[in-house]
Design a protein around this ligand. Structure first.
Ligand code: ATP
Length: 304
């Protein structure tokens, strides 16, 4: 597997408190990787460590094929927007970008206009950033992160506080950059529902620990409507499902199979399994919403 970034037992301790505890992330080239976790889960701290803004207490990471603890050597290949878009409110979008280009030694005269176009801010002229909507500010933050043509862009809560229109704009911008320029994104959010509109892969962070990594397909499978079948002989049960012409199923663990078709037919599935001498320990139709799935996993209430 071609990973652009992996972390190995990445840990950050503040005094006696472990804000990030032995986290092993796997981000492939081309992913839009979503770090999901409540406020205070440790997302920003992880992003800071892999952006060179904080040093790990323990562990390390492998970035662009090199293993170490310091992202500084790769800074020219990483664009970041961490905590909030670092913008000058009294300047226009173009002036903000010119400042960043100057700071980074980018001399191409077309860079600013190209980046404004990439994030859809080309029509903003002399309008000062203080008069921008939150969505426009976030998109300017993304444009600033793109100065220098990075391979990896790290965005902390880029959709936080945006309305559906703003989320759609940021999503489309990221999606286009990902598809056209093969830019890998790592983005954080505390709202899975919003992140799910963008991310291709997920890492779920809770109390500084990585609970689970999963692909978009795996997450959707967890949350889509299904029959959950419990049996202690899943292999045998699969042969029965096959013989019934059921193909849309997945063995989840040693005693669970998810079936994604014939949802109103659990009676005949139970009967066929019974005929084959297979004990059904439970069978039920489930449909878990994304947010409920996440809340169940992190064992909390909706008010994060
Ligand atoms: P949020 O979305 O609220 O920023 P987060 O998941 O990004 O949440 P972090 O900002 O990484 O969380 O913080 C994780 C924990 O580490 C929090 O409990 C925070 O108070 C603590 N923390 C972060 N930075 C420091 C610091 N410099 N000194 C002490 N504690 C810190």
């Amino acid at each position: 597997m071609d990973y652009l970034l992996t972390t190995q037992h990445l840990t950050k301790q503040y005094g006696r408190y472990k804000a990030v505890n032995s986290v092993n992330l796997h981000v492939r080239q081309g992913d839009i990787y979503g770090l999901i976790g409540r406020n205070g889960a440790g997302k920003t701290t992880i992003l800071k460590m892999i952006s060179g803004l904080a040093t790990p207490t323990e562990g390390n990471f492998t970035l662009f094929g090199k293993t170490g603890r310091d992202a500084a050597p790769y800074m020219s290949r990483i664009g970041t927007m961490i905590e909030s878009p670092g913008v000058y409110a009294n300047m226009s979008a173009a002036e903000n970008l010119q400042m960043k280009c100057l700071a980074m030694g980018v001399r191409d005269p077309h860079t600013v206009s190209n980046l404004l176009e990439v994030v859809g801010l080309q029509g903003t002229g002399r309008k000062r950033v203080r008069n921008f909507s939150l969505g426009m500010k976030q998109r300017l933050g993304i444009a600033l992160a793109l100065v220098g043509n990075p391979d990896l862009v790290i965005l902390d809560e880029p959709i936080n506080g945006l309305d559906p229109q703003g989320i759609a704009e940021v999503r489309e911008t990221m999606y286009r950059l990902n598809q056209e320029k093969q830019i890998t994104f790592i983005i954080s959010s505390h709202i899975l529902e919003e992140l799910s509109k963008i991310a291709t892969n997920y890492g779920i962070i809770h109390n500084g620990t990585l609970l689970q990594e999963m692909s978009r397909e795996e997450l959707l499978a967890q949350c889509s409507e299904r029959i959950e079948l419990k049996t202690n002989v899943p292999k045998l049960a699969c042969t029965v499902l096959d013989s019934m012409g059921i193909t849309q199923y997945k063995v989840i663990d040693a005693d669970t199979i998810y079936i994604f078709e014939r949802l109103d037919d659990s009676g005949s599935i139970t009967m066929e399994l019974g005929k084959a001498g297979i004990k059904v320990m439970g069978i039920a139709v489930k449909n878990e919403a994304l947010e409920d799935y996440y809340l169940n996993l992190t064992g909390g209430n909706k008010h994060v």
